[in-house]
Design a protein around this ligand. Structure first.
Ligand code: PLP
Ligand code: COI
Length: 364
C-alpha cells in the first residue's frame, strides 16, 4: 500500500437525524454516545493490510471460533479530536498513538499497522463525523482504534487474519460526578497489574480484564480508581487502572514512576512532563514507594497528587485509601500545580495556547 492510503467511503444510508444527535451531545458522559461511521481495514497473511474503508457503524458478525474470543489477541488505542477555539477540528499527538499501537502489536504477536494507515483512518473518521464533537468545555470526539485476531482456529498461535477498526464516541468529562473537586483512589495490596516481561506497557484488552477485580475492590471501598503497586516487592507505585500518576512536592518538583516496561507509557504523561519542564519545573521519573507516599503526605512534603490520561485529562487525587488506613492529600482538593498543568494542556489541545511542539494536527 502507498504512503497516502485512500479509504473507500460508503456513507451511512440513514444517519442519526441532526436534532437527535444534538440532544445526545448535550450531556454525553463517556463512551456511551457513538457516531454514525467507523473505519475498517482487514489483514490477511496473503494480502497484508487491505480494503481500507469508512462506512456505517454496524454490529460485527463473527465466527464463534474467532481467535480473539478465546485467547484475547487484541490491542487498542484511545485518542481525542478537539473542536478548536476558531471552530476547526484537530487531532492531538495521533502520531504517538500510532507508534504505541505498533509497539502493542509487536508484544501481542500481531502484524504492525503502518503509522500512515492508523493516522489516515483516524483523520477520515473525524472528518466524516466532525458534527459529533460536543461543544461543552470537556467535549471531544474520543477515538478508539483497535485490532482483533479474526482467524477461525482454536489452536494457540498468532492469528493469520486480523480486523482493525476505529469507532468514535462523543464524550464529556470521564467522571460521573463531574463537579467533584478530586477523586479517591484505592491502593490494592491484593492484586497486581503487570510484571516484568509481561504486557504492562502494551495497550491490550487483557491488561484491563485482569484489572477489573482490583477496580471492583476499589469501587467497593468508595474509590473511583485502583492504584497498582509493583508485582515483585509490592512496594513501588505503578499506575492507576486507566491512568498514570504524578506527585507534586513542597519544593515545586514533580515525580512520576519511570517507564520500566510494566506501566503504560501514557501520551498525556509525556505531554505533561514536557509542559512542566517548559515552565521550569523539575520532573523526576523515579520509583516512589507507597510507605514514602504516606509519610510525605503526613509531613506535608507531598502537596498534590494527580492522575492523567486521554480520558481523565488531569484529575486531582484528594484521598488515598488502603488496607492500612486512609490519608488525604493537600486538604483533599485540587492543588495549584495540578490546575495550572491541566489548564496548559487543555488550552493547547483546544488551540487556545501556542503549540511549540507541533502536537496538534488540524483537520478542518
Ligand atoms: N495507564 C493506563 C493503564 C491507561 O489505560 C491509560 C489510558 O490510556 C493511561 C495510563 C494514560 O495513557 P494516555 O495518556 O496515552 O491516554
Ligand atoms: C484512555 O484514557 O484512553 C483509556 O484508555 C483509559 C480508559 C480509562 C478509558
Amino acid at each position: 500500500m502507498t504512503s497516502s492510503p485512500v479509504f473507500a467511503f460508503e456513507p451511512h444510508a440513514s444517519p442519526v437525524p441532526a436534532s437527535e444527535r444534538d440532544a445526545a451531545l448535550l450531556d454525553p458522559g463517556f463512551g456511551q454516545v457513538f457516531t454514525d461511521h467507523m473505519a475498517v481495514i482487514r489483514y490477511s497473511r496473503e494480502r497484508g493490510w487491505h480494503e481500507p474503508a469508512v462506512r456505517a457503524r454496524a454490529p460485527l458478525t463473527m465466527d464463534p471460533a474467532s481467535a480473539v474470543l478465546h485467547y484475547a489477541q487484541e490491542i487498542f488505542e484511545g485518542l481525542k479530536a478537539y473542536r478548536l477555539a476558531d471552530g476547526g477540528v484537530a487531532l492531538f499527538r495521533a502520531d504517538a498513538n500510532a507508534r504505541r499501537f505498533r509497539g502493542s502489536a509487536r508484544r501481542l504477536a500481531m502484524p504492525e499497522l503502518p503509522e500512515e494507515l492508523f493516522l489516515e483512518s483516524c483523520r477520515a473518521l473525524v472528518r466524516t463525523d466532525a458534527d459529533w464533537i460536543p461543544s461543552g468545555p470537556d467535549g471531544a470526539l474520543y477515538l478508539r482504534p483497535f485490532a482483533i485476531a479474526s482467524e477461525v482456529f482454536l489452536g494457540v498461535k498468532p492469528s493469520a487474519d486480523y480486523l482493525y477498526m476505529v469507532i468514535a464516541s462523543s464524550v464529556g468529562a470521564y467522571w460521573k460526578k463531574g463537579a467533584a473537586p478530586a477523586i479517591s483512589i484505592w491502593v490494592s495490596q491484593t492484586y497486581t497489574r503487570a510484571a516484568g516481561g509481561g504486557t504492562g506497557e502494551a495497550k491490550c484488552g487483557g491488561n484491563y480484564a485482569a484489572s477489573l477485580a482490583a477496580q471492583a475492590e476499589a469501587m467497593r471501598q468508595g474509590c473511583e480508581q485502583v492504584v497498582f503497586l509493583d508485582a515483585v516487592e509490592r512496594r513501588w507505585v505503578e499506575e492507576l487502572g486507566g491512568m498514570n500518576i504524578f506527585f507534586v512536592f513542597d519544593d515545586g518538583s514533580l515525580l512520576t514512576p519511570p517507564l520500566t516496561g510494566t506501566i503504560l507509557p501514557g501520551i498525556t504523561r509525556d505531554s505533561l512532563i514536557a509542559l512542566a519542564r517548559g515552565r521550569g519545573l523539575v520532573v523526576r521519573e523515579e520509583p516512589y514507594a507507597f510507605d514514602q507516599w504516606r509519610s510525605d503526605a503526613a509531613s506535608g512534603r507531598l502537596r498534590e497528587v494527580f492522575a492523567c490520561g486521554t480520558a481523565a485529562v488531569v484529575t486531582p487525587v484528594g484521598t488515598v485509601k488502603s488496607g492500612g488506613g486512609d490519608f488525604e492529600i493537600g486538604g483533599g482538593g485540587p492543588g495549584q500545580t495540578t490546575q495550572a498543568l491541566r489548564a496548559a494542556l487543555v488550552d493547547l489541545q483546544r488551540g487556545a495556547a501556542p503549540d511549540p511542539h507541533g502536537w496538534l494536527e488540524r483537520l478542518t
